[in-house]
Design a protein around this ligand. Structure first.
Ligand SMILES: [Zn+2]
Length: 137
């Protein structure tokens, strides 16, 4: 008697996997250097930073919501993203990002999205395309 064939199991897409993919896209887009204005650090330790908190599911895996920062500008220095209350303003006023970019993110931030498996799969499909040549988009 033959064994009943199991349906191929689909690999579950985890939050960790998506955030790692998101982080790599953010770092690669920045050319593997800190995006803080006039940062002179030469480090290989770069951190992908969520411009708006990843608590907002609608922006959690959106590469446009990412900045590539060195450790100093991410969490350690007094002008770091996690210490300086004026960090967002500084990023925009120095031209690292535009006010229009910020408006788009703020609008998207207000969307109600559940970070469930369907949303993770949808986000994965979007993130996968970032690394592909344009004809695959
Ligand atoms: Zn830096």
């Amino acid at each position: 008697m033959r064994k009943a064939q199991k349906a191929p199991t689909k690999r579950r897409i985890t939050d960790d996997h998506l955030l790692k993919l998101w982080g790599n896209i953010v770092k690669e887009r920045a050319g593997w250097k800190c995006e803080y204005p006039d940062c002179t650090c030469h480090t290989t330790q770069l951190h992908p930073h969520h411009f708006y908190s990843r608590r907002h599911a609608s922006l959690r895996y959106d590469p446009f919501n990412g900045l590539c920062l060195c450790a100093f500008h991410h969490t350690m220095g007094s002008f770091s993203a996690h210490s300086d209350p004026d960090f967002k303003d500084r990023i925009i006023s120095t031209g690292v990002r535009t006010p229009e970019w910020n408006d788009r993110l703020r609008e998207k931030r207000n969307l109600i999205v559940k970070n469930n498996q369907a949303f993770k799969e949808e986000s994965y499909e979007i993130l996968k395309k970032w690394g592909l040549p344009e004809e695959n988009l």
